[in-house]
Design a protein around this ligand. Structure first.
Ligand code: Z5A
Length: 209
């Protein structure tokens, strides 16, 4: 178990504004004197970054199966948690993660409709009792999120899924966020200034707990 560092996670669909939320959190936590380490999933170690490359792209005419996608997400997570997140928490550092396990529950469980028990088993093998101390779920309507993501250039393999995939993913996110007392939902269907204010307020309240 970690000493005193905290693991804070930002979650949400593409185009939800996770990048700027990560920057706000990092700045706010550093301002109260903690060392912050940033991670992203899938990724964050040499091997996990290689897995990220694999899952984000098409393999010519070879279809990436939903099972392979799920297993790769957990393989990357095992590498990151054991080699980066836990050692940093043990040193008392705070870790701010751009995505974590909730992404698998929402995208693979909701979007891909993989059986929840199968995901739960992988979760137990990979993470055991480890979970974030605090999660911010940045909620965006899928159509708007995809519009924002498209504005940045080409869409990757998962981003090219149809709207219903993202609607199922969002519905699962909202359901799980509601069940988690350590998760706050941020409405990102407002202008950026209002979103940033809500993110600042949420992390400030967590720091004051
Ligand atoms: N995935 C999975 O399936 N299972 C898993 O277990 C894990 C991941 C861990 C990772 O890709 C993919 O892997 C992701 C889920 C899947 N795929 N999909 N689809 P990624 O990390 O490269 O992609 P992402 O996490 O979705 O990143 P993103 O598209 O960059 O999202 P973002 O960070 O939230 O977006 P942003 O860069 O902050 O904002 C996007 C644009 O919108 C930007 O130009 C902003 O200026 C604009 N924006 C943001 N907020 C607003 C507001 N409020 N108004 C107007 N414009 C805004």
């Amino acid at each position: 178990m970690h000493k005193s560092g905290k693991f804070i996670v930002i979650e949400g669909l593409e185009g939800a504004g996770k990048s700027s939320a990560v920057a706000i959190l990092t700045r706010t936590i550093q301002a109260v004197g903690h060392t912050v380490v940033n991670t992203r999933e899938p990724g964050g170690t040499a091997m996990a970054e290689a897995i990220r490359d694999v899952v984000k792209h098409d393999w010519k005419d070879e279809k990436v199966t939903v099972e392979a996608e799920l297993l790769l997400m957990y393989a990357a997570r095992a590498q990151l948690v054991q080699n980066v997140i836990l050692p940093n928490l043990d040193q008392g550092h705070w870790v701010v993660g751009d995505r974590h396990d909730l992404s698998s529950q929402a995208y693979q469980g909701g979007g891909r409709q993989i059986d929840q028990n199968m995901i739960e088993s992988l979760r137990n093998i990979t993470l055991k009792a480890f979970k974030p101390d605090f999660t911010l779920y940045m909620d965006v309507e899928p159509q708007e999120g995809l519009k924002r993501a498209k504005g940045r250039g080409e869409l990757d393999r998962i981003e090219q899924e149809d709207l219903s995939f993202f609607e199922r993913t969002r519905a699962r996110y909202l359901l799980l966020a509601e069940q988690d007392p350590n998760c706050v939902v941020i409405n990102t269907m407002q202008d950026m200034q209002a979103v940033h204010k809500d993110v600042e307020l949420a992390i400030t309240q967590f720091l004051e707990r």
